[in-house]
Design a protein around this ligand. Structure first.
Ligand code: FO1
Length: 316
């Protein structure tokens, strides 16, 4: 069983590839919930929805979030009535937020709601929130501390970041299905998808039991670098690294994760960094990591799975 940790767009793309290569009995996708927030009275889970829509093939390929063939009548009416219009909720997308909010108000957990919605979207692989407890990413910036969506959407990632905190993470426990997996001894590898290390992957690793599990793992962790040629393919990862005085490169990312990762998958554009990363004691696979379409996602996923299996053989 391979567990994939996914956040926003980059994570979703590799998750699709992994789902094409591995059957449901061999792949579970664990998603960041630090981006979740209450908006207009609705519980919004952006990364869960991005991964769910992408696995279901109904995601908006242009924005990376929300649904394809979207209409915006709700937003137009909301704006006309003076409602908050900085966070766009499409007419189709809205149905998921309303149903999730209704179910959670009725006492269902985020895991239960996610499983029900994923099943309705025809998704057969396990789609798991990292935890059912509320964890909220807050971004410390030169302009003070911002809630994640205020930083990411309202302020368009412009403020200079100084650090992050994940409110609620200390007391959070893994989602039940993830805890079961962790105890099963069936996990043969963990893949960190090319998501933002600070706001998509870090919140998952901030759940104490997940971090401890990886610390004492008996399986390899393979990560796909979200930085290619010194830039993030989408989102503020490279900008954040520079603002945090980190080397915004695949090598800088490898240094950032340290011993948490056994094998790095880096793009051909960064082949010259292979020896630097190997010198850190990591294995490296150099390949084409740009997932332009589903075919590329599947090809990359196949290579990542192969690399994970290779490292599993060497695992003491
Ligand atoms: N990102 C934006 O930049 N602008 C938006 O208006 C926006 C709306 C939105 C609605 C639903 C949803 O699931 C995601 C949405 N996102 C939007 C993306 C969201 O900010 C995510 O947190 C990012 O994708 C980072 O993971």
């Amino acid at each position: 069983m391979i567990v994939a940790l996914a956040g926003g767009v980059g994570g979703a793309r590799l998750a699709v590839g992994l789902a094409a290569v591995l059957p449901p009995s061999q792949l579970s996708v664990v998603v960041n919930t630090g981006d979740d927030f209450e908006h207009l009275g609705l519980h919004v889970s952006p990364d869960l929805d991005t991964v769910m829509y992408t696995l279901a093939g109904v995601n908006n390929p242009k924005t990376g979030w929300g649904r394809a063939d979207e209409r915006w009548q709700f937003m137009a009416a909301l704006k006309a009535l003076g409602g908050a219009d900085w966070f766009n909720l499409g007419d189709r997308d809205l149905a998921v937020h309303v149903l999730r909010t209704q179910a959670m108000r009725a006492g269902l957990t985020l895991s239960e709601v996610t499983a029900d919605l994923a099943q309705r979207f025809g998704i057969r692989h396990a789609l798991l929130p990292m935890t059912d407890a509320p964890v909220r990413t807050r971004v410390r910036t030169a302009q003070g501390e911002l809630a994640f969506q205020d930083y990411f959407v309202r302020e368009r990632c412009r403020p200079r970041v100084q650090g992050f905190r994940f409110v609620g993470s200390r007391s959070a426990t893994p989602a039940p299905a993830l805890r079961k997996l962790m105890r099963s001894g069936k996990v043969t590898g963990l893949v960190i998808c090319p998501s933002n290390p600070f706001v998509s992957v870090a919140p998952i690793l901030a759940v104490p039991a997940i971090r401890a599990w990886l610390r004492q793992r008996d399986f390899p962790v393979v990560a796909v670098s979200p930085i290619v040629g010194g830039a993030a393919l989408k989102g503020p990862a490279a900008k954040m690294m520079r603002e945090l005085k980190l080397d915004a490169s695949a090598a800088g990312i490898a240094r950032h994760y340290g011993r948490l990762v056994d094998g790095w998958v880096i793009d051909r554009a960064d082949a010259k960094l292979q020896s630097a990363i190997e010198t850190m004691g990591r294995r490296v696979l150099v390949t084409d990591t740009i997932m332009r379409d589903r075919r590329k996602s599947t090809t990359l996923a196949r290579e990542v799975v192969g690399f994970t299996r290779l490292l599993a053989k060497e695992f003491k």
